[in-house]
Write a protein that binds this ligand. Structure first.
Ligand code: XLS
Ligand code: NI
Ligand code: NI
Length: 439
């Protein structure tokens, strides 16, 4: 098979002193950190849509990157060339996982029956390429937001016919996921939300979305699939308001509808910040609810109000992300999917690799620094001591859940005036982080 990314070698680890742009400075796949190989902590994945499909088009101009891979875009030859390109790309970077939407794989036809036949062909080809390659499907999904039929949502559509098209796409995408041995399946509710409440029955829409998810779970479990379903929260864009606003909202939804045993969160950094949270916040909320499943690894631009999907660069952020992930016990079915794209002026094949090298190194460094912070122990110890009062006396009774309101009140009245709680010491703790980073 002809090489597609000519001139790009296999990307190797050369260490922090290397000045070779096409080398890892921190990501050393087999190096053991915190008891596991880096590659098994990080479980990097390539997103078919950004990497193999998107050309950098925006509202003001067409794409600048060529993703033809030697074939005519919009044809089945091109769909197959994308598979070849994707496998060569993953090989060269040493990435083991990938993710896709149904329509990332094929040109979509007017008729869903024809689209499905095309999906079968490409999935068969991926299955063949996958064999013996060590590559795995992290998760599959259905794109239920691009086709004009989804103007008012998929599961939340006012049209039962459109609702059935969503179901048909989910069924096909689940079949593909199962056939390819996928570890997960994601629901990102791109148009599950509203532009205005003036024309929206929120309760009806939420009930209907839950029914669709239940049907999807029952179908996949009926086929014996044991993977994890994910909800990927996002507060807005494309809709003014999206129902899966953030982790807390999505977890509440899953519990309300009895879906919480089958689903976990897929947290995307840029979506958390759009919701007014830090990336770390949504990871923590997921983790404390036993629902930290997977991550869409990217970063936003806090000066812009949309999903810029940049490759992760900010090592403070990747460190806190890996800190949360390590504390939660690491990934099981999930991983770090680069839902990230090059900036429009970075349009060459080489830039595709440079984006991944940046992101993989940023997370490798994050892993190393998170482990160092945990090992340093001062921050964890501080947090533990902050609550030490709850290990004895009235504090212990509170935690036992047996203290009555009268007892609590009596305790306060007896004291008359409490001592001030100890200092929060934020500045000191932040200085520890810099010392661990640069010391
Ligand atoms: C868009 C989402 C999307 C999901 C998959 O903002 O991040 O790419 O990850 O549908
Ligand atoms: Ni995403
Ligand atoms: Ni996104």
């Amino acid at each position: 098979m002809a090489e597609i990314f000519n001139g790009i070698p296999k990307i190797k680890y050369e260490g922090a002193k290397s000045k070779n742009p096409l080398a890892f400075k921190y990501y050393d796949a087999n190096k053991v950190v915190a008891g596991k190989k880096m590659k098994d902590h990080l479980r990097f994945a390539m997103a078919w849509w950004h990497n193999l499909s998107a050309t950098g088009a925006d509202m003001f101009g067409p794409g600048t990157a060529c993703k033809a891979f030697g074939a005519e875009p919009g044809t089945m030859e091109h769909a197959m060339a994308k598979v070849d390109a994707g496998f060569e790309f993953m090989d060269k970077l040493g990435i083991e996982f990938f993710c896709f939407h149904d329509v990332d794989l094929v040109p979509e036809s007017e008729d869903i029956n024809e689209t499905n036949e095309r999906i079968d062909q490409v999935v068969d080809y991926i299955a063949k390429k996958k064999k013996g390659s060590g590559k795995k499907l992290l998760w599959g999904t259905a794109n239920m937001f691009s086709n004009p039929r989804y103007i008012s949502g998929a599961g939340s559509s006012g049209s039962p016919d459109v609702y059935c098209f969503a179901a048909a796409q989910i069924k096909k995408a689940l079949d593909a996921t199962i056939k390819l041995g996928g570890a997960g399946y994601t629901f990102w509710g791109g148009r599950e939300g509203y532009e205005t409440l003036i024309n929206t029955d929120v309760k009806f829409e939420l009930d209907n979305i839950a029914r669709l998810m239940r049907a999807a779970v029952d179908y996949a479990r009926g086929k014996g699939w044991k993977g994890t379903f994910y909800i990927e929260p996002k507060p807005k864009e494309p809709m003014k308001h999206q129902y899966d606003f953030d982790a807390a909202t999505a977890i509440g939804f899953l519990r309300q509808y009895g879906l919480d045993k089958d689903f976990k969160m897929n947290i995307e950094a840029n979506h958390a910040t759009l919701a007014g949270h830090t990336f770390r916040h949504d990871l923590r909320i997921s983790a404390i609810n036993g629902m930290l499943g997977s991550v869409d690894a990217n970063q936003g631009d806090l000066l812009l109000g949309w999903d810029t999907d940049e490759f992760p660069y900010d090592v403070y952020e990747t460190t806190w992300a890996m800190y949360e992930i390590l504390k939660a016990g690491g990934f099981t079915t999930g991983g770090l999917n680069f839902d990230a794209k090059n900036r429009r002026p970075s349009y060459t094949y080489e830039d595709m690799f440079l984006g991944f090298i940046l992101g993989m190194d940023a997370f490798a460094l994050g892993l190393i620094k998170a482990n160092a912070l945990i090992k340093d122990g001062r921050i964890d110890k501080f947090v533990e001591e902050k609550y030490a009062g709850y290990k004895k006396g009235i504090g212990k009774k509170i935690v036992s859940g047996k203290a009555t309101l009268e007892e609590l009140s009596d305790h306060a009245l007896k004291l008359g005036k409490p001592d001030m709680p100890p200092s929060g010491k934020q500045e000191y703790l932040e200085s520890i982080v810099n010392q661990v980073f640069f010391g």
